[in-house]
Design a protein around this ligand. Structure first.
Ligand code: NSS
Length: 430
């Protein structure tokens, strides 16, 4: 009576279902053959469950096949759910039928003790692991929660082109692509297009990939990363920083609540973050670093040791504001001190800057002068300059690196594990 077995996700199996006839489908995570008894642990992407297969309790040919099946073979199992204190989560399926659906053709190559390089070469298989699955669920939740929050606040989701012709963050990290008979680039940031879209929609955001041809092989750089960017008309830097605080606190708290199982697989307890986040100026940061013996001159950008020290001295999340104009992109609005711009980075140790944002220049002539000063070609930015010609408004925005935020939430050693198929200078495969 096949229909009596109820198909169920492993994650839904719980003690109250004890004695029920259940049907599960998944992959053999581990297998242990003890004479007349086979133990599987089966995973299906929602959870993991022990299955006990006893000779005599299932058809003999099925028992033989079940005993032979290699790790990661896909299986469908009908059985009775039982409590078993010896099972990893206190539950076990006692098999009545075992069907091997897709047999593994050889020994599964992912084993404990493999090198990082080997695992990256076999990423398509490595992502099946419990830890990687947990991170991907947290990543998905994080993005959904942020999107939900932004929608509730009236931000409208938009999409900007990936193929572009003019740099947003400076030319050094552009990937060039052949675009028929001309040159184009992969976008570094959707910001300039978001700025155009605030004139139609007021408050906008996007979550899409950005590309940076950054050779830096650090634990926090990818060449392709997902970028949450927000842009808002009539907003000051102060307004947008408050938005960032609320978004991060809300998302962190909800991830804590809704990803308990995944966080416990990762052994991660996320610390509480509270608003307002500590704020310092670039000049204060330089002074504090020099006082601590880390030599850095005004006009230099922070490296990893500087960020680490700043987070140690001031705590984190830490806003560092008002950088010198020469080390920031052309679009930033100058502050009351014209050598500084109205911008901020948000630092979280050890992932460094997870947000960059600020207020944009809204005056046509000022923007034109800055484009020229930055040795950029104004003709390439004609449409962007136009925005300051027709009803310009004060406006601000920010960009958050999704993988850096997920790496923080999951406390990952390397940002590449916050994305299933990472792209780094050394890796575009698989
Ligand atoms: O260069 S940013 O600091 N700022 C911008 O691109 C602005 N145009 C964003 C905006 O205001 N709309 O990058 C923003 C964030 C940064 O804080 C990181 O979290 C992330 O994007 N980011 C990266 N993540 C991973 N890998 C790389 N290479 C990377 N570069 C930036």
């Amino acid at each position: 009576m096949r229909e009596e077995f109820k198909t169920i996700d492993i994650g839904e199996l719980k003690e109250t279902l004890e004695g029920r006839k259940v049907k599960i489908a998944g992959w053999i995570y581990t297998k242990n053959v003890l004479g007349k008894l086979i133990f599987y642990r089966i995973r299906d992407g929602t959870g993991i469950i022990q299955v006990a297969i006893k000779r005599g309790e299932i058809p003999e040919d099925e028992f033989e096949e079940a005993a032979k099946a290699l790790r990661e073979s896909s299986v469908s199992i009908e059985g009775i759910l039982r409590r078993d204190p010896r099972a990893p989560n206190g539950l076990e399926v006692r098999a009545k039928n075992v069907k091997i659906l897709g047999e593994s053709l050889e020994d599964y190559p992912i084993k404990p003790g493999e090198t990082v390089e080997f695992l990256l070469d076999n990423r398509h298989l490595h992502i099946r692991g419990l830890k990687m699955s947990a991170v991907m669920r947290i990543r998905a939740k994080t993005i959904n929660i942020m999107r939900e929050w932004l929608e509730k606040r009236g931000y409208v989701e938009v999409h900007a082109p990936t193929l572009i012709t003019a740099a947003c963050e400076g030319g050094a990290t552009l990937f060039e692509v052949k675009y028929f008979d001309r040159k184009a680039y992969l976008t570094q940031s959707s910001q300039l297009y978001l700025e155009a879209l605030i004139y139609s929609l007021g408050k906008v955001y996007t979550i899409q990939p950005s590309f940076r041809a950054e050779k830096s092989r650090t634990r926090r750089h990818l060449t392709e990363f997902w970028h949450l960017e927000v842009e808002e008309a009539f907003a000051s830097q102060e307004d947008i920083m408050r938005t960032e605080e609320e978004l991060l606190i809300y998302t962190t708290e909800r991830v804590k609540e809704e990803c308990r199982r995944e966080l416990s697989i990762l052994g991660r307890e996320i610390e509480k973050i509270e608003a307002p986040f500590r704020r310092i100026t670039y000049d204060e940061a330089i002074e504090a670093l020099n006082k601590e013996g880390l030599k850095i001159k005004v006009g230099e950008d922070f490296g990893v040791p500087h960020e680490e020290r700043l987070c140690k001295i001031f705590g984190y999340p830490l806003f560092v504001m008002h950088y010198p104009r020469e080390i920031r992109a052309f679009y930033h609005k100058p502050s009351s001190d014209p050598r500084r711009v109205i911008c901020h980075d948000l630092l979280i140790w050890p992932y460094g800057e997870i947000i960059g944002g600020g207020q944009r220049i809204d005056d046509y002539n000022e923007l034109l002068a800055r484009i020229k000063e930055s040795k950029l070609d104004p003709s390439e930015y004609r449409w962007y300059l136009d925005l300051r010609k027709f009803g310009s408004v004060p406006h601000s925005g920010f960009g958050l690196g999704v993988e850096r935020f997920v790496a923080y939430l999951c406390k990952l050693d390397h940002i590449r594990d916050a994305i299933p198929f990472p792209r780094t200078p050394a890796r575009v495969y698989p």
